[in-house]
Design a protein around this ligand. Structure first.
Ligand code: SAH
Length: 203
């Protein structure tokens, strides 16, 4: 019998391009600059867990969620190696409300997930992220930008697409140029870091 792995599972049978073995610089800088302050954070599409583990080490109450069992296993192993208290849940981010209560998190971080969510799922995705964030909570999203030349890798995302997708559920504070570190893109891929805040009160 041939067991067909999902594409995501298959990508974890070797070291995937996004597994750089350390947290993404864009998130490290947010902590170093005091923009991300220890509190409750959910890392959606947490993959090998480097960003979640880093935040837990910095004193955050950090939870990662990923639907690929191989990724969750890798992340749990790494958290154990780091002897850090980071929790990893196996589940679909399109169904966050199944796993987490409303208003459970101060921050949601997304390192390379948004650019992989199918267009037809984006509205649901945004609703789910908003659901788990408290009013005034912040979503930090790192995705490939349209400044990265076409080619291998995920969808390139324009600022216009980010705005159209996240508003009106969020107020966008900024969309900054940055890089997404990768094992195969020399010097990293051109990326955008978006900071988007939920409204203070629920409509
Ligand atoms: N954030 C990690 C991994 C990025 S790769 C990092 O920066 O290293 C994207 C990850 O999102 C993969 O591990 C994939 O399994 C996961 N993923 C994709 N779609 C998902 C979904 N709908 N629900 C949960 N996880 C998802």
């Amino acid at each position: 019998m041939v067991i067909k792995l999902s594409t995501w599972s298959a990508s974890y049978s070797s070291i995937p391009p996004w597994d750089v073995g350390h947290p993404q610089q864009a998130f490290v800088k947010l902590v170093e600059h005091g923009e991300l302050i220890p509190s409750r954070v959910l890392d959606i599409g947490s993959g090998p867990g480097e960003n979640t583990i880093f935040l837990a080490e910095q004193g955050f109450s950090a939870v990662g969620i990923d639907f690929t069992p191989e990724a969750v296993e890798i992340a749990r192993d790494r958290a154990a190696q780091h002897e850090v208290d980071a929790e990893f849940v196996q589940g679909n981010v399109l169904d966050l409300e199944r796993f987490f209560e409303a208003n459970s998190f101060d921050y949601v971080i997304d390192s390379g997930l948004f650019h992989s969510i199918r267009s037809e799922d984006l509205d649901q995705f945004v609703r789910q992220v908003r659901h788990v964030l408290r009013p005034g909570g912040v979503y930090y999203m790192l995705c490939f930008s349209d400044k990265e030349p076409p080619g291998f890798g995920p969808r390139r995302v324009s600022k216009e697409k980010i705005r159209k997708t996240l508003e009106p559920g969020f107020r966008i504070d900024y969309i900054h140029d940055t890089i997404f570190e990768s094992r195969i893109h020399q010097g990293g891929a051109r990326a955008y870091l978006t900071r988007a805040k939920t409204h203070q009160t629920r409509e």
